[in-house]
Design a protein around this ligand. Structure first.
Ligand code: DLL
Length: 432
């Protein structure tokens, strides 16, 4: 298979040897090029020469999203800025975005990994693929785009936001593949059904990710559109889409583990759980130059299977995601932390710190409502005053999240107070 060449057909021993050699090189690289890692290793009394192979990975320190925030924007980059040719960004836990940078070689490897995933989804140069992930700072659009170009498919860079145009072009261009979030694909299928045009589709495969989806949603998509739907996973910090993807056997997502070493850990003890057991996915980037990360805690929950797949690939497979360790939500593909909402509301003196985020799914599109209590001294029955305040809150929240919420202002003392940990999120979507 051209996009896998020999790599994914390596035996487990060959893969371990490759990972070991790459880890040893990586540790030396970060020690000498990233002050953050040098200090962390020095604090643990570790020298690069202490890491002799992948079996030593547990000696190394972890990296978290907070570390990226604390070193905002470029503090963890391992190369001078002149070697960075692209940046992307995703949501941070509060006001600051998480910024990631790529060298030319990083972008080449990224395209290679996405191309492998597309090959698993049976995309080839004969396909017309619509990329309907957002283009821009989000990694989805450009990530999928360059992988699809690498494979030689005809790429239609739709991005998001205009479903009518998308469905028209899907039919006119005879699109055979689409890359978008699973909820958006369900929405597209409904629009096509309403127009009575499902029968005219030439679509055969979809590459869906960026948000959790259940096996039931997967089956619904396949049935409604009469296609194969593939689960693609990735995260900006590690690269973007293309870290893992499932093949036609739908028995877990093959990890590009020659580039990203996966560990599944108990998130309390931070020790490895046995294969097959659910734990937190932790990645070490084995080949990245711009922003190499050691033991990055993704906070995503999954399990791992290292037995060969029916498709013939020998790479480790991770299961469909089972949840998250933290409170991050993914709303219309955008990562949202309740702490971002809290930080935004703190800028509005008229409201109290009591708020509830209600997330729902209507016609397969996510809806976001923020209920917020007005402070007694600002409370007014006057409609105009409330409307003005509503606009102000909507503005600060949409600026903070990049999403337009519906804001519902409620009277003082009306949101439920909790005895213990405050419940700030009601998610009615049941995604895991
Ligand atoms: O969502 C990258 C991506 C784009 C992946 C397009 C797939 C397709 P971030 O915005 O940094 O990057 O969000 C990463 O999204 O930690 C997971 O919680 C979640 N996520 C991504 N893919 C999946 C998936 C992109 N297939 C975060 N299933 C991750 C479940 C997913 N969750």
């Amino acid at each position: 298979m051209i996009w896998n060449e020999k790599k994914e057909c390596m035996s487990r021993d060959e893969m371990t040897a490759l990972q070991s050699a790459r880890l040893v090189k990586l540790v030396d690289y970060v020690y000498h090029n990233v002050e953050f890692y040098r200090k962390k290793m020095q604090n643990l009394g570790l020298l690069p020469s202490d890491i002799k192979g992948i079996e030593d990975i547990s000696k190394l320190p972890f990296t978290t999203k907070d570390d990226l925030r604390d070193n905002y924007p470029f503090g963890l980059f391992a190369v001078p800025q002149s070697q960075i040719v692209r940046v992307h960004a995703s949501s941070g836990t509060t006001g600051k975005a998480t910024v990631v940078g790529y060298t030319r070689k990083d972008l080449d490897i990224w395209s290679e990994c996405v191309a492998r995933c597309l090959a698993m989804a049976d995309v080839s140069k004969n396909d017309v693929i619509q990329v309907a992930y957002g283009y821009g700072l989000f990694t989805g659009g450009l990530g999928a785009h360059y992988g699809a170009e690498k494979i030689g498919a005809m790429v239609v860079p739709m991005s998001t936001g205009n479903t009518k145009k998308l469905t028209t072009m899907m039919l006119d261009f005879k699109a055979t593949a689409i890359a978008c979030t699973p909820s958006y694909l369900l929405h597209i299928s409904e629009v096509l059904a309403e127009e009575g045009k499902l029968g005219e589709l030439k679509l055969k495969t979809a590459i869906c990710g960026a948000e959790p989806w259940t096996e039931k949603m997967h089956q619904d998509i396949e049935r409604r559109l009469n296609i194969h739907a593939h689960d693609i996973y990735g995260l900006s910090e590690i690269m973007g889409p293309g870290v893992a993807c499932d093949c036609i056997y739908n028995k877990g997502l093959h990890v590009c583990e020659d580039h990203f070493y996966p560990e599944i850990l108990n998130s309390d003890t931070l020790t490895a759980v046995p294969d097959g057991e659910v734990g937190e996915l932790v990645f070490t980037t084995l080949t990245k130059e711009g922003l190499p990360l050691i033991r990055y805690r993704t906070k995503d929950l999954t399990s791992i299977d290292r037995t060969p797949c029916e498709c013939g690939r020998t790479s480790a497979r991770i299961s469909r995601f089972k949840g998250r360790v933290d409170d991050m939500l993914i709303i219309r593909g955008v990562n949202v932390f309740p702490s971002q909402v809290e930080a935004a509301l703190a800028e509005v003196p008229e409201v109290s710190p009591h708020y509830v985020i209600v997330v729902d799914r209507v016609n397969n599109l996510d809806t976001l409502e923020i209920q917020v209590e007005v402070n007694p001294e600002y409370f007014t029955d006057e409609i105009r005053g409330l409307e003005k305040l509503n606009k102000k809150i909507t503005h600060v929240i949409s600026q903070a999240l990049g999403l337009n919420p519906k804001v519902k202002i409620v009277e003082p003392q009306t949101l439920v107070r909790s005895q213990g940990k405050a419940v700030h999120v009601i998610d009615n979507r049941k995604l895991y």
